[in-house]
Design a protein around this ligand. Structure first.
Ligand code: SAH
Length: 242
């Protein structure tokens, strides 16, 4: 899995991906992350990459010449995704698509964004990490890197741990507990300590369902509502929706 990032702040990417899970994944050669400086091909002493917008208005816009040149100077994996608030909304399904792709690249905007010709002619598509505006695409790229990297087999250590999680099954995840069994008068649910694995499974599934019904009814709707099996499971643990 190779991921390349084009940015005016390559050290932001390098520093983040050098630590923790991503650092280890790179050491173990499970994933390769390359940050490239968008200024590397820029002309002049100041290596300018931005200029004022045609038509006027506030802020600066990334110019096509240095940005095309920077991207064309390396053989970065495609697709090249532009980080942009007006792109396709990133989600777990997209993370799964990207991990299947085997490699991809991202271009981080700054200032007011990029010249539209960069968006339409250099990049393959645009991706947003949510309906808010960041100062630059670097944090968005890191969000995507982290969500995708933990799906690469071997990166998480325990390959099982990625399968069960929020969104993977179209449901939010069930609650977790660890030692101690009693903490400041708060007890771990008895079923988790019962040793009855079938019941633990059913309890977790019921908890995931109940939590999703309460917090994200849109996800239940996407699944086509609650099935009769779902309803029975909720009833078994007195979690019937009100
Ligand atoms: N003027 C632009 C916002 C520019 S923000 C607009 O209104 O759409 C500067 C850069 O930050 C963008 O070019 C983009 O690369 C990045 N960015 C900001 N918000 C983002 C988001 N929600 N998702 C992905 N990238 C984002």
């Amino acid at each position: 899995m190779r991921i390349d990032v084009f940015t005016v702040f390559p050290s932001l990417i390098d520093n983040f991906v050098g630590e923790s899970l991503l650092g280890k994944a790179q050491q173990n050669e499970l994933i390769e992350i390359n940050a490239h400086d968008l200024r590397k091909e820029a002309a002049g002493r100041h290596k300018a990459v931005d200029d004022a917008p045609f038509g006027g208005g506030a802020g600066m816009v990334l110019m096509p010449e240095p940005i095309f040149a920077a991207v064309e100077s390396v053989e970065a994996p495609r697709p090249l995704l532009l980080m942009s608030p007006s792109g396709r909304r990133f989600d777990q399904d997209m993370a799964l698509e990207l991990v299947e792709s085997g490699g991809f690249s991202m271009l981080c905007g700054r200032y007011e964004g990029v010249d539209e010709r960069i968006a339409t002619e250099l990049c393959d598509s645009a991706v947003s990490i949510g309906d808010f505006v960041l100062a630059g695409g670097e944090v968005a790229a890191l969000v995507i890197i982290e969500a995708v990297a933990r799906l690469v087999p071997g990166v998480m250590g325990n390959d099982d741990s990625a399968g069960d999680e929020s969104f993977m099954t179209g449901l939010l995840e069930y609650p977790h507990y660890t030692r101690p069994a009693e903490f400041r008068g708060m007890d771990v649910p008895g079923v988790l300590r019962s040793g009855d694995h079938g019941k633990v499974e059913r309890w977790r599934r019921a908890q995931a369902l109940a939590r999703t019904v309460e917090r994200r009814p849109d996800l239940i709707e996407t699944r086509g509502g609650l099935s009769s099996v779902d309803k029975k499971l909720l009833a078994e643990f007195n979690l019937d929706p009100k």
